[in-house]
Write a protein that binds this ligand. Structure first.
Ligand code: HEC
Length: 160
């Protein structure tokens, strides 16, 4: 319960401080999703399209935000490229080509900000774990960093 309050408080804080030109993509999550004891199998409320975390119903603009994608690329070079290639080739983790078609935007944002919980519960993440044999470590990305990384993934997938 205490943890839930912190999560909600954090999301509200981000909302309050969001850049006017860039409406925050976060929304407080319903209480049911913060129950960490539940699993994908035992929890019919788990939504495999969205995953688990603070991101819900993320709607992305049709066109690319180039500056945001550039910011994302710097983060990727620093924190992700040791394990992920931009092609469809596996390194330690899966290659990122087509990743934005394989998953909903909210799933990607939740996976990269709430990695441990998603690997524990998400069927697609668990299937990847079986193939990769390595658990992706949490990369401690802020919400803004995660959004920028997603923009870079969109660029890599040909969004202009
Ligand atoms: C130590 C290696 C490692 C690092 C560093 C890493 N990942 Fe991963 N990543 C993995 C592995 C392994 C998987 C497969 C899922 C699993 O079992 O953890 C994965 C899966 C993913 C997926 C799902 C891919 C798909 O094809 O469905 C995304 C998205 C992702 N990582 C994003 C990131 C981002 C963003 C960063 C950097 C901020 C990052 N990863 C850094 C190892 C890593």
């Amino acid at each position: 319960m205490k943890k839930m309050m912190i999560v909600l408080g954090f999301a509200a804080f981000l909302g309050a401080c969001g850049n006017q030109n860039n409406p925050p993509v976060t929304e407080p999550q319903p209480a049911a999703d913060t129950n960490e004891a539940t699993t994908a199998n035992g929890n019919p409320s788990y939504d495999p399209n969205r995953g688990e975390g603070k991101f819900h119903d993320v709607v992305l603009p049709a066109t690319l935000d180039g500056a945001m994608a550039d910011k994302g690329q710097k983060i990727v070079e620093l924190k992700c490229e040791s394990c992920h290639k931009m092609t469809d080739e596996k390194l330690v983790g899966p290659g990122w080509k087509g990743v934005t078609s394989r998953h909903q935007p909210a799933w990607i944002l939740n996976f990269i900000t709430n990695t441990d919980a998603m690997i524990d519960k998400d069927p697609k993440a668990q299937a990847m774990l079986e193939i990769c044999m390595v658990r992706m470590p949490n990369q401690n990305l802020s919400d803004d960093d995660a959004r920028a990384v997603l923009e870079f993934m969109r660029k890599n997938d040909g969004i202009k």
